[in-house]
Design a protein around this ligand. Structure first.
Ligand code: ATP
Length: 354
C-alpha cells in the first residue's frame, strides 16, 4: 500500500477560461480515506483524474508510495478506479466483470477464482455471480463496480461519485457498507463527491474545494465545527451554518438597539466594527427564558428533530429544536447563543478569525 502526494497541480483545459485546479497540494496518508468535496465545477474530478493518470497536469507532480508517477500512464500507477457510471460490461456475467482486472493481468485460474470469490463475498454478491448486469438492481451493479476495483489489490483506490446513481436510501446503506469494506481492506482511498453528508460520513479527512483550490482540509468534524472561511461553513452541514452581522461594542456583539450578545475578549480589536458571526443550527438554545426573541416562519419536523426557520433583526436563522418542540408560523420564541458555539469571520475576506 502507499500514500499519495499531490504537489502544486495546475490544470487549465484548452477551452476553459480559468484553472480547473489551481496549485493544489495535498497528502493522502497510507491507508487513509480522503474525500474531495465541493460544488459542481470546483475541480474534484479533474484532480482525481490527474492522480489516476487520465489527465495530464500543466504543472505540478503526483507521487504514489514516494514514487513520482506524473509521467506514467494510468495502467502503470497500481491504482483502481470506480466511476459514477459503474462502467461494468453488459455482455459479461458478474463473475467475469469482477475478475476483469485479473484477466487483464493474466492471473492463473485457481487464484483468479479465489480472489473473485473473496471480493464477491465482501460485497455480498456471491449468489449473483452468474447473472448479467441487466439482471441486477442499481445497487447490485454498484457493488459489482466496487468489487471489480478492489479485486486487483491496487495500492490506491480512486472513486468518483460512486454512489450517485443510487436512490437516497440505498445510498445511505451502501455508504456505511463501503466505509466498512474500505476500512477492512485498509487501502489508501481518494473519493470524490459533491454530497457533503457523504463526505462527512466517509472521510478520515475531507478536503473542501472551491474554484480549483482547497478551501480547507481536515477531519470532518473539525472542518464542520471550525470552518476556515464562510464558504466552508455554508457548504458543509444540512442546514448550512447560519451567518449574521453584528457590531462589536464594549464587550458586546450588537445586533440591533434591543439585542446584543456577549463578545469574547479576542474581539477587542474589532471595537465599533462589523463582524460576521457563524453559528450552527443545533448549537442554538430554543425556548430558554432570557433568550433573544425571534419569530417562527417555518417549522419542519424531521422525525429526529424540528427544523425551524426564524426571523430576527439580523435576518433569517435555521434553528434545530428537539423532536417534541411545537411551534407554528408567527409564534415568537426565544433563542440563546452559547458563547462557545459562535464562530467569527472577517466580513471583507470571509476568512475565519485566527
Ligand atoms: P462536478 O461535481 O460537476 O463533476 P467537479 O468539481 O468534478 O464538478 P471538474 O469536472 O473537475 O469539476 O471541472 C472543473 C472545471 O473544469 C469546470 O469549470 C469544468 O467546466 C471544467 N472542465 C472539466 N472538464 C473539462 C473539459 N474536458 N474541457 C473543458 N473544461 C472542462
Amino acid at each position: 500500500m502507499a500514500g499519495v502526494t499531490v504537489s502544486n497541480l495546475v490544470k487549465t483545459y484548452p477551452s476553459g477560461s480559468r484553472r480547473a485546479t489551481d496549485d493544489v497540494s495535498l497528502e493522502v496518508a497510507d491507508g487513509e480515506f480522503l474525500v474531495l468535496v465541493g460544488p459542481s465545477g470546483c475541480g474534484k474530478t479533474t484532480l482525481l483524474r490527474m492522480v489516476a493518470g487520465l489527465e495530464t497536469p500543466d504543472g505540478g507532480t503526483v507521487s504514489i508510495g514516494g514514487r513520482d508517477v506524473t509521467a506514467l500512464p494510468a495502467r502503470d500507477r497500481r491504482l483502481s478506479m470506480v466511476f459514477q457510471s459503474y462502467a461494468i460490461f453488459p455482455h459479461l456475467r458478474v463473475r467475469e466483470n469482477i475478475g476483469f482486472g485479473l484477466t487483464m493481468r493474466k492471473v492463473p485460474k485457481p487464484e483468479w477464482e479465489s480472489r473473485v470469490r473473496r471480493a464477491a463475498a465482501l460485497l455480498d454478491l456471491e449468489d449473483l455471480l452468474d447473472r448479467y448486469p441487466a439482471q441486477l438492481s442499481g445497487g447490485q451493479r454498484q457493488r459489482v463496480a466496487v468489487a471489480r476495483a478492489i479485486v486487483v489489490d491496487a495500492d490506491v483506490l480512486l472513486m468518483d461519485e460512486p454512489l450517485s446513481n443510487l436512490d437516497a436510501l440505498l445510498r445511505m446503506q451502501f455508504r456505511a457498507e463501503l466505509k466498512k469494506i474500505v476500512a477492512r481492506l485498509g487501502t489508501t482511498t481518494l473519493y470524490v463527491t459533491h454530497d457533503q453528508a457523504e463526505a462527512m460520513s466517509l472521510g478520515d479527512r475531507v478536503a473542501v474545494l472551491r474554484d480549483g483550490r482547497i478551501a480547507q482540509l481536515g477531519p470532518p468534524m473539525d472542518v464542520y465545527d471550525r470552518p476556515a472561511e464562510r464558504f466552508v461553513g455554508g457548504f458543509l452541514g444540512a442546514p448550512p451554518m447560519n451567518f449574521f452581522l453584528a457590531t462589536v461594542h464594549d464587550g458586546r456583539l450588537v445586533v440591533d438597539e434591543q439585542r446584543s450578545l456577549p463578545a469574547p475578549a479576542v474581539l477587542g480589536a474589532w471595537q465599533d466594527r462589523k463582524i460576521l458571526v457563524g453559528v450552527r443550527a443545533e448549537r442554538l438554545g430554543v425556548g430558554v427564558p432570557d433568550g433573544l426573541t425571534a419569530e417562527v416562519e417555518v417549522a419542519e419536523p424531521t422525525g429526529a428533530a424540528v427544523l425551524l426557520t426564524v426571523r430576527w433583526p439580523a435576518g433569517e436563522l435555521k434553528v434545530q429544536a428537539g423532536p417534541g418542540f411545537r411551534a407554528a408560523p408567527g409564534d415568537r420564541i426565544t433563542l440563546t447563543f452559547p458563547p462557545g458555539a459562535l464562530r467569527f469571520f472577517d466580513p471583507d475576506t470571509s476568512l475565519a478569525l485566527p
